[in-house]
Design a protein around this ligand. Sequence first.
Ligand code: PRX
Length: 658
Amino acid sequence: MVDRNEWERDRPVLTGSPRRPPPSFVEQANVTDPGIYDEFEENWPECWERAADLLSWDQSYETVLREEDAPFYQWFPDGKLNAAKNCVDRHLESGRKTHTAIRWEGKHGERQTYTYRDLYVAINEFAAALRALGVEEDDVVTIYLPMIPELPIAMLSCARIGAPHNVVFAGLSADALATRMDAADSEYLVTCDGYYRRGDAFNQKSKADNARLKLEQDVSTVVVDRLGDDLPHVLGDDECDYHELRETFAGELVDPVPRDAEDMLFVMYTSGTTGEPKGVVHTTGGYLAHATWTSHAVLDVKPEDTYWCAADIGWITGHSYIVYGPLALGTTTVMYEGTPDYPDRDRLWEIVDRNAVDIFYTAPTAIRAFMKWGSEYPAGYDLSSLRLLGTVGEPISPRPWNWYYEHIGNETCPVVDTWWQTETGAVTVSTLPGVSEMKPGAAGPSLPGMDVRVVDSSGTEVDPGDSGYLTIARPWPGMVRTLYDGDERFRAEYWDQFSDPESDDWHYFSGDAARIDEDGYITVLGRVDDVINVSGRRLSTTEVESAITGVAGVAEAAVVGRSSETNGTDVYAYVSTEGGYDDGTAVREAIIDNIETAIGPIARPTKVQFTPELPKTRSGKIMRRLLEDVANGEELGDTSALRNPEIIGEIQAELDEE
Ligand code: PRX
């Protein structure tokens, strides 16, 4: 059983007053029939045909779900389709070729618009170029690009020729890129010269070059020239310029390759409980059906909308809800390169106003920042085009939820708090905005067709009001199929905890703790494994710790999360150095450098606390929970298992002095 005190600390314990969906929204919503829950229940798994029917199939499927080899489920296994054709070609065929597909807003106010026809031309030409470089079906192409249109173009070009993509967030380090390329056996890389970070030109290519030096395989690289004269670069052997390739293959057409529904569409690396990132494998049919269906049913996307998910395509949210879901529905998806506060804190609202954005989807960390900056920033703009607001990535407590509802949504837009993960592929828990009551602080019930449960450590469902582990008791189309690193790890990470293979009873474990109420609404409380969620981004504490212990003079390290008003959680590091206590600035700097080199600036600790030793159990296990309590100024949990209980007091005294 999860200790409630432990998990409810500083979390959104209470839900705010429920709110009904605004009638003006319900009148036009894609899904309005409350009967949809029963309908999916009574007709499971065939209910998921409703999602698959939003796609165009080259060969229709006969089987919805194949369960024989659980937990290696297969969805629509005998169907064939192509994801790029679904996201682009079919909208041309339906007479919408001049409709805007991507509206790009650059950091310095530059703008670009790609119609579906423009996107079609771009992905055909780049698919032809990739083929000419030697990319064949099933070859993994790594994409290491910031938020520029060439990123979705590269993804869709890969999808067109059946080459799975492996997008690595542009802010990750050279080491992190090399690890992910090595793990995915990837011999192709699409990157750029650099990008603007705030006002400055930042060199991305040098990171890519450093990564390549660490790899054993030869890598053929395409470089997008983003910065021109602001950051001149020279191409080496095995490197091509993106725009020159486009010119070479101008006007070429490449037939979209029909893929088996279960063929891999992409791999996405995410942090797990060990230092090694996990290569989450998503397939073409089930993933695309689930991402498209939830864009329709939860985000209420319509082809005529201007829709904006202000996430980064380098993470799963951007894959599912900037690229695949919205483009499959033929809408206009906004892509924003910059940050919310550059050049000023009104930047997002200026973009919403100027583009008459209908749907806006962001993360609680951003909402908390907006709230802190003050309502005068959005108040200066006309946000009346907005119809629906969404949030994802971390728990959102009632106060920021209500602020978002009032100051951005003007109390006329439903807010969908969507719980899901890289592994679930698409939204799993949320209200349906045209149907369900919203409870600020609770994500909502399982979506129709999903069976999300909160259970105790024996797998028994907890009573309403109690907390436990968040599990999923039935397969779903967008689910992770395996880990690129192997089926064994896949079973160990997600299935071994709550399943009973003997009786063929499979339960997926999310790694989250949650509480459920009497209406089946789920409040997610946070991770229960060694993963911390910083501004909606997953970091493995083990990965950060190994970057710290790589510094000369460091003996041991323990990394925990500390609640933070803006980031949700900050990285907090406890370090003991060789030869006793040392608070040397040099070691601290080396630690931060090493973390930025191994992972990237997102993992930078807000505090490095030196201590002569770390609190340990008699068997030598570091008591991270206690360190987390200290970092958060909480009352300490049980210290009786400690071999060196006095150290906790010493650490606290040290902190009190500061
Ligand atoms: O802890 C949960 C949190 O983010 C984790 C998944 O992270 P990632 O795979 O990077 O995907 C993020 C975007 C889907 C989850 O295990 N999380 C995600 N959405 C919510 C959330 N926690 C609370 N409420 C949410 N709506």
